[in-house]
Design a protein around this ligand. Structure first.
Ligand code: ADP
Ligand code: MG
Length: 517
């Protein structure tokens, strides 16, 4: 039964040292020798080659956290590991896992109430959102360019938000990222519109199109005639000629259809026959082929075009509009910029960095912000970071435990202790004595409340709103929920294993699974 807890704690220990702004990076090396350096908990766990089912379960939960709120994955795993460590200590005292689980569940419920009480309401003004983005980015190896990147993500996320209070919407699907190494991270830029890592199909096509009328087609623009399923046996030259003539007339028909619809730009998801490309170029139409499905969808959203399945369906009403389309050379890679779109909400971030490792890490950091910024904009509630929420929750849980009669109170107290692993790990990773910092936090928290946190950069315990270290309440709340559920799940599995093992002799050196007191 200990094996499950052990597996979970091992994963937790592995990522614990990456927590917070001063956390260390991990270098992951796969069996082929490919290297990935990251500080992102979710990425580390995704790439770790784990076999143990419990470890897999933890990784799954971390992934869910990442997908739902974009951040807090390391927190979930570290917290869950600590909840299990505390549970193990109680099991050692002879307390049954079921009782511990009950205490944990009571503690979680109480935490959710406390969250409602300690969340601070914000307006989604620029400085606040910037502070949230900065806190998300802290410690992710983009330190130097943090200000620049946070300006960009805040700008991008705001551009895809609309609606007033209550009916607010943030659609980050309107934002896409493209990566290109070979420049500084500070050169990362926001493009209002869609950037495609593609080039025009023919050199003589225009590189710039003003007032673009855009066709989006997801079928191949080619002659599909008899060549597909049959071998043509040519017995006399006129047959060959007829075949070519048919092909030419089909391809001419395609181009005529594009012209008739009034398009001067065409994006195709599949291929375009070279002869067709030549004809399009002759007509001065800009064509781009083999555009990714997701990019086609983004183009449709941004330009208002309808993607047609068949060239025959193309007409004026299916075209989209953009004020400016340009093909540009970005450090040796041709890219197509679709700007001044009909739908101004669409935005692209062209991520730059010295090497592939760097642009990948920048992309991960930006994507974290696509979780945290909407969480803040939609709920308008934040908390101070730096372990402040955990210390507050722990202190209030201890008060709550006082009033609980049953033995579950030990579970509640254990839950409170487990939460404190976060401030302790933040302090430890920054090179401070975790217990000293925790005690200092507890005493200042008693005087000043939940805004008191640990600032990893200065080592000071203070009001972190002053330092702009703030996080969306939703991220922390979700992290506590996920961590508790994970721990509860693992404790339940222990129960099942314990039940079958009860009939077996207990190996030496292992204590019996806890019995009800
Ligand atoms: P996660 O994957 O859980 O988001 P991170 O490595 O991103 O893990 O660390 C997040 C933690 O770092 C949060 O608890 C946050 O409050 C804390 N944090 C962020 N900035 C600071 C800071 N300046 N000082 C101390 N802690 C910070
Ligand atoms: Mg984070």
């Amino acid at each position: 039964m200990r094996m499950n807890i052990m597996a979970a704690r091992t994963i937790a220990e592995t990522v614990r040292t990456t927590l917070g702004p001063m956390g260390m990076d991990k270098m992951l090396v796969d069996s082929l020798g490919d290297v990935l350096v990251t500080n992102d908990g979710a990425t580390i766990m995704r790439e770790m080659d784990v076999k143990h089912p419990i470890a897999k379960m933890m990784i799954e939960v971390a992934r869910t956290q990442e997908a739902s709120v974009g951040d807090g994955t390391t927190t979930v795993v570290v917290m869950a590991g600590e909840l299990l460590k505390e549970a193990e200590a109680l099991i050692d005292l002879g307390i049954h896992p079921v009782v511990i689980s009950k205490g944990y569940r009571m503690a979680l419920e109480r935490c959710l109430e406390i969250f409602e009480e300690i969340g601070v309401t914000i307006s989604d003004d620029l400085p606040t959102l910037r502070a949230i983005a900065l806190t998300t980015m802290t410690g992710k190896g983009v330190e130097k360019a943090k200000d620049h990147l946070s300006d960009i993500v805040v700008d991008a996320v705001r551009s895809v938000s609309d609606g007033e209070d209550g009916a607010r919407r943030v659609d980050v699907n309107f934002i896409k990222t493209e990566k290109k190494e070979g420049a500084a991270v500070e050169d990362t830029e926001l493009v209002r519109g869609v950037v495609l890592s593609k080039e025009k199909a023919h050199v003589s096509m225009p590189s710039t199109v003003l007032q673009a009328k855009i066709a989006l087609v997801n079928s191949a623009l080619e002659y599909k005639g008899k060549t597909v399923d049959a071998k043509i046996s040519v017995t006399d030259p006129s047959q060959l000629k007829a075949f070519f003539q048919e092909r030419v007339s089909v391809l001419k028909g395609i181009v005529a259809q594009v012209k008739k619809a009034g398009a001067n730009v065409i994006f195709a998801e599949k291929g375009i026959d070279d002869y067709c490309v030549y004809l399009l170029a002759k007509e001065g139409i800009l064509a781009v082929r083999r555009v990714r499905r997701s990019d086609m969808e983004m183009l449709a959203k941004a330009t208002g075009a309808t993607i047609v399945n068949n060239i025959d369906e193309l007409d004026e009403t299916s075209l989209g509009y953009a004020g400016l389309i340009e093909e540009k050379n970005i450090d040796g890679t041709m890219m197509v910029f679709v700007q001044e779109c009909r739908e101004p909400k669409a935005a692209s971030i062209l991520i730059r960095g010295g090497t592939k490792h760097i642009v990948d890490e920048v992309e991960r950091v930006i994507e974290d912000c696509f979780g945290t910024l909407p969480a803040a904009i939609l709920t308008r509630k934040v908390l101070a970071g730096g372990g402040s929420a955990e210390v507050e929750l722990a202190s209030r849980l201890r008060q709550f435990a006082e009033g609980v009669e049953g033995i579950e109170r030990l579970g509640i107290a254990a839950f409170a202790r487990a939460l404190e692993v976060i401030p302790k790990a933040l302090a430890e990773n920054a090179g401070y004595n975790p217990l000293e910092i925790l005690v200092e936090m507890q005493s200042l928290n008693a005087k000043m409340g939940s805004k008191v946190g640990f600032d990893a950069f200065t080592g000071k315990v203070k009001d972190l709103y002053e330092e702009n270290v703030i996080e969306p309440l939703l991220v922390k709340k979700q992290a506590v929920i996920s961590a508790s559920e994970l721990a509860l799940m693992i404790l339940r599995i222990n129960d099942i294993i314990a039940a079958t093992k009860l009939s077996l002799p207990i190996p030496e050196g292992m204590s019996a699974p806890g019995k009800m007191q």
